[in-house]
Design a binder for this molecule. Structure first.
Ligand SMILES: *Cc1c(COP(=O)(O)O)cnc(C)c1O
Length: 397
């Protein structure tokens, strides 16, 4: 058991004085205007799916990410489904994605009847590997009638969905270059990556669309929520239209020109979001300092390695994490499980990485490439308590 590591985590989290349990990531309304903005919704009766806070939230998202358009919806899964639908993902298509991600990435494709196709990750960034993507496409894909076809299954491959895992930017430029060679559009699952950048472009802005989540455990939360960000005004218009029941604007007539969805983010949720977005830069700084504090306190501990952004990436440090580096993978996994057991007994809610999706019953028979790095890394990873409050409490004492 790596007691040194547990001691270091306790020290960063001020375990002896903190109230338990210490969660993985808690919402932080700290010094925001959240209460005033939500009260404004209640005072004026605008709590549902229309109102000025939704517009303000979308504008503020554009400001923060550099996107020309943001479309707020009720969660990240729905935002992903909407983005895939707009790229014409249909039943029986294949969507390429990593297996080391939250289940929503695959579910969103499944909700359209499509089938995830898993490709391995890059060890440093934990995101989709451009090399593995290239290799897999060369192995299984052909171009036919202007489409990319999986020649083994005969199905159309419609797009690629890289994920910026824990807020760490994937090698997105290289991924897009490979996808482009095969004429495959990219939707970036940037659900965890608000405030993360790759070479001075915000995550989510390299692909045709990016998807954000504002679930309760994310960097900022609207209670539940998501958004599609894009520079394509055509796609933005369609996204807004379909997510608002495809109703053609009119003062009294209800005319809908296609099958739409009711995916809008309610005004009261958007009000919470605006309050936190106003504080985003400060929040990112706190997270950066928290990551640094962990990094320093781990500097003499053997057998672990801090997960860092690669050279061109700038992480929002959403979930600060380490990997166990023992050359024997089973030993590394044992160390990880031991730490999880002891820390959970103490009320420090560390978390392993997700079970890779190809291990889940509904996704175990879908097409996939070699997933060695995925399986190896998922055995080694631990996410640390990463709430901004950990540092704020500390600095108030
Ligand atoms: C949170 C998350 C989602 C889904 O967002 P919800 O708002 O929970 O629906 C999708 N992908 C990833 C990688 C996520 O972490």
């Amino acid at each position: 058991m790596n007691l040194e590591l547990l001691d270091a985590i306790e020290e960063v989290c001020c375990y002896s004085s903190a109230s338990c349990p210490i969660a993985l990531h808690e919402p932080d309304f700290g010094e925001t205007n959240a209460l005033a903005y939500v009260k404004d919704c209640i005072d004026h009766g605008w709590v549902s799916s229309a109102g000025q806070w939704v517009t303000r939230f979308e504008e503020e998202l554009c400001n923060q990410t550099g996107a020309s358009h943001a479309i707020a919806v009720c969660n990240g899964t729905v935002a992903l489904r909407l983005a895939l639908h707009l790229l014409d993902v249909k039943a029986n298509d294949e969507v390429i994605m990593p297996s080391l991600t939250f289940v929503a990435t695959a579910n969103a494709a499944s909700h359209l009847g499509a089938i995830p196709h898993f490709v391995d990750i890059d060890q440093d960034t934990l995101g989709l590997s451009p090399l593995a993507l290239e290799r897999q496409l060369q192995n299984i894909a052909i171009r036919k009638d202007n489409q990319t076809i999986n020649r083994i299954t005969g199905r159309r491959i419609t797009c690629v969905v890289p994920v910026h895992v824990f807020g760490n930017p994937a090698l997105i430029e290289d991924i897009c270059a490979v996808a482009n060679e095969w004429n495959l559009p990219v939707v970036e699952d940037a659900a965890e990556a608000l405030g993360s950048w790759y070479k001075n472009i915000h995550c989510g802005m390299y692909g045709k669309m990016g998807v954000l989540s504002f679930n309760g455990n994310k960097l900022i939360t609207t209670g539940g929520g998501g958004a599609v960000i894009t520079n394509d005004s055509d796609i933005a218009r369609q996204a807004k239209h379909i997510s608002t029941t495809a109703k053609v604007p009119h003062s009294w007539e209800f005319f809908h020109d296609q099958i739409g969805w009711n995916d809008r983010m309610p005004n009261i949720n958007a009000a919470l979001g605006v309050a936190q977005l106003e504080n985003l830069k400060e929040l990112i700084k706190v997270k950066y300092n928290l990551a640094n504090k962990y990094r320093k306190s781990f500097s003499n501990i053997k057998n672990i390695q801090f997960i860092e952004s690669t050279r061109h990436g700038k992480s929002n440090n959403w979930l600060i994490s380490v990997r166990f580096t023992d050359t024997n993978r089973e030993e590394a996994c044992r160390q990880k499980v031991n730490l999880l057991e002891v820390s959970h007994q103490k009320g420090i809610l560390l978390r392993p990485a997700w079970q890779p999706l190809h291990k889940l019953p509904m996704y175990k028979n879908v097409p996939k490439g070699e997933l060695f790095v995925t399986e190896d890394q998922s055995d080694r990873l631990i996410c640390l308590p990463s709430s901004p409050q950990i540092l704020r409490k500390d600095s108030y004492e």
